[in-house]
Design a protein around this ligand. Structure first.
Ligand SMILES: NC(=O)c1ccc[n+]([C@@H]2O[C@H](COP(=O)([O-])OP(=O)(O)OC[C@H]3O[C@@H](n4cnc5c(N)ncnc54)[C@H](O)[C@@H]3O)[C@@H](O)[C@H]2O)c1
Length: 271
């Protein structure tokens, strides 16, 4: 478990966030934004190199960041992520369950191994993150200060996509976990919300596009372009677009909001 930081002083008013899957993509965008908001950030990712690189980019800019490698499908790794926040920055305020994977397959072709893998990362991973963050929040003497858990769902967690059936099911499940956890943890002054991005131009969408070409034919980029035509605002979403909303969820301005899974998709779905 590699980690690295810039030795920031422990100050009482600072806020500390763990963001899983933040070595690249949306998670990286969230980490950059929360750092700019004044958070000390822990970059947690399966890939130690991208995690370290992202943390280094942030510390080079003068922000407080540490990195830790681990797998969100392993319960004990979430404890390590939380412990890194505590060891490096003294506390935990916000836990972002961002890491997730996609699979592009007809439901008929899903194997037990496929299902086990995607649910382990996208669903069990979020549950273990909720558990580890809650364990730490309950140890802290924070009075009525609101602590936050923020989960990555998707527009596919509101309306399922074909060829993304298992993925859609995991993202529906994230909404369920978000609601139940919000109900169970409200009295602990912990809020639980989810963000539901639309079509974000990350490696995940490169993979979706590539696999759709394999399954349905056509050429590279065709499916990203085709799906993007449904975006009212007329352009593909960026990690920064998602991060703007997560920044709000992670701020005191959202302290009275819990159990919600809001679509931030440039206007694709209107439910
Ligand atoms: N890209 C989109 O259009 C889109 C849309 C809606 C929702 N989302 C969700 O947003 C989240 C981030 O997506 P992204 O597009 O940035 O994906 P991405 O594939 O670009 O990045 C995912 C990151 O998570 C890490 N990761 C993967 N498995 C992990 C594991 N088991 N443990 C720890 N880290 C792991 C990867 O190493 C990578 O750094 C995911 O939950 C995804 O389902 C993405």
């Amino acid at each position: 478990m590699a980690h690295w930081h810039n030795g920031v002083d422990h100050m009482s008013d600072k806020r500390v966030a763990v963001i899983t899957g933040s070595g690249r993509g949306i998670g990286k965008g969230i980490a950059e934004r929360l750092a700019r908001d004044g958070y000390c950030v822990v970059i947690a990712d399966l890939d130690p190199h991208t995690a370290q690189e992202t943390a280094r980019e942030l510390t080079d800019k003068g922000f407080a960041a540490a990195s830790v490698a681990g797998d969100v499908s392993r319960k004990e790794d979430h404890r390590t992520f939380v412990q890194t926040a505590v060891d490096e920055f003294g506390r935990l305020d916000t836990y972002v369950n961002n890491a997730g994977i996609a699979q592009i397959k007809l439901l008929q072709d899903e194997t037990p191994e496929d299902i086990e893998k995607i649910f382990s990362i996208n669903v069990y991973g979020d549950l273990y993150g909720i558990q580890a963050a809650t364990e730490q929040f309950r140890k802290q003497d924070d009075g009525e200060r609101i602590r936050k858990i923020i989960n990555a769902s998707s527009i596919a967690g509101h309306i399922a996509f074909d060829l993304l059936g298992a993925y859609s099911a995991t993202k529906f499940a994230v909404r369920g976990l978000t609601q139940a956890a919000a109900k169970e943890l409200g009295r602990d002054h912990i809020t639980v919300n989810a963000y539901c991005p639309g079509i974000v131009g990350t490696d995940m969408w490169d993979l979706i596009d590539e696999k759709m070409v394999e399954l349905k034919g056509g050429k590279k980029g065709q499916y990203l372009k085709q799906y993007s035509q449904s975006i009212t605002l007329g352009r593909v979403e960026t990690p920064a677009d998602v991060a703007d909303y997560v920044s709000y969820l992670a701020s005191p301005g959202a302290d009275y909001m819990t159990g919600q899974s809001v679509q931030i998709d440039g206007g694709i779905q209107f439910i």
